[in-house]
Design a protein around this ligand. Structure first.
Ligand SMILES: [Zn+2]
Length: 385
């Protein structure tokens, strides 16, 4: 099967992150086993989703790991010109949810694994297909935990997120948090008898914005990123019930997208201190202070940034495979920071299609990108043989 035919099959499984990916994983497992390759599955607690790991060639040696996620973002509320879960070819472009992000790469990796199985390899080709990447790089962690105990880990990892087959050596890390402001309810005719949780949230947002301004003007910078500094942003706020009650509770969700050079934990500690100061300042608003007026924090999810040195052998490898020596850093996150940070595997991000098409209606990957990815895989197999 060629990579377009495989992609057509992968697209047909509607693996939106909230739903099961098992049908796709079973298809991949069967595809590999028909070619004599065993897979290992890492199911989640519910048994509805799984990671898949497979190794083609000598498993007692560290080879090259092709990593990708099987889940896709939803199509809810988007207007598509054709069924998002059926591959549509129009004008040398292949349209479908996940065509670029990132089933196109998975299809090329599977085609390569099939070819690899038919020839003797000196070093193995390894595959890691994950779930729940789009909701915070969650699924792959069980595979990474297992790999941390292996004596033979992959030497290099290529994460096939869409970069137009340019080699990305870095991406930012992300920390998503929920802050819950606990105030005190009161009749709005006597607001000073309560503590307004929405006002607390407003003050906290002010601190977050001041910290962002400080970082933008005086923080670490890396001009290789489109936004060359660490960013902070509040994306969700919920508070209050009706206008004539002083709100007792307000929740906000915010995120830090940090340059690998910046420590997000230090920033979180600073924001926690800001929040404690906000809560203290509210104690004067009512008769008595107390622990009930406070701001609690909860980590929603986090993943580390990726920062692979430009002279790393994996960067040379990617340049040789793609014939392109350009090195970029990307704004979006990937599982690469986990493979690199947790396991010490030299990692780059390099895959077909553009992130500009990801997560949108009428997502597509150009046919030419898939063909170039196949060529990259062919040259990878020559190196492994
Ligand atoms: Zn992706």
């Amino acid at each position: 099967m060629n990579s377009v035919q495989i992609l057509e099959r992968l697209i047909g499984f509607p693996t939106v992150s909230r739903d099961s990916n098992l049908a796709l994983i079973e298809y991949v497992r069967d595809f590999l086993s028909a070619r004599g390759v065993d897979s290992r599955l890492y199911p989640d607690a519910s048994g509805r989703k799984a990671n898949l790991y497979a190794c083609v060639g000598p498993s007692e040696r560290g080879g090259i790991l092709l990593s990708g996620h099987t889940d896709v973002v939803p199509v809810d509320g988007q207007r598509w010109s054709s069924d998002p879960f059926r591959l549509q070819e129009r004008g040398a472009r292949l349209f479908a949810r996940g065509a670029a992000d990132m089933k196109g790469f998975l299809a090329c990796a599977l085609r390569a694994a099939g070819l690899a199985a038919a020839r003797p390899l000196r070093l193995p080709l390894q595959l890691a297909f994950s779930y729940d990447e789009e909701v915070g790089c969650l699924g792959v962690r069980s595979l990474i935990d297992d790999m941390s105990r292996w004596s033979h880990r992959p030497a290099f990892c290529i994460v096939g997120e869409p970069t137009m087959l340019r080699t990305a050596v870095g991406h930012k890390g992300k920390t998503a948090l929920r802050a819950t402001c606990h105030g005190r309810a009161a009749h709005s005719a006597a607001p000073d008898r309560g503590v307004n949780a929405i006002h607390m949230a407003g003050d906290l947002i002010g601190h977050i914005r001041r910290r962002q301004a400080g970082i933008a003007h005086g923080g670490a910078r890396d001009p290789a990123y489109e936004v060359p500094y660490t960013t902070l942003h509040v994306g969700v706020i919920h508070g209050g019930t009706v206008l004539n009650i002083v709100p007792a509770r307000c929740e906000l969700e915010f995120e830090i997208r940090n340059l690998p050079a910046d420590d997000p934990a230090a920033l979180v500690s600073a924001i926690r201190a800001d929040a404690a100061a906000v809560a203290r300042s509210m104690h004067g608003d009512c008769d008595a202070g107390g622990d009930d007026v406070r701001i609690d924090f909860e980590l929603v999810h986090e993943y580390p940034g990726l920062d692979t040195p430009s002279d790393s052998p994996v960067v040379e490898l990617a340049a040789a495979l793609t014939g392109n020596r350009e090195r970029i850093k990307v704004g979006f996150g990937t599982e690469g920071g986990l493979f690199s940070g947790r396991l010490g595997i030299a990692t780059v991000v390099c895959g077909p299609g553009s992130i500009d098409q990801a997560h949108r209606s009428d997502e597509f990957v150009a046919l030419d990108q898939l063909q170039r990815c196949d060529a990259m895989m062919d040259s990878l197999l020559d190196r492994l043989a």
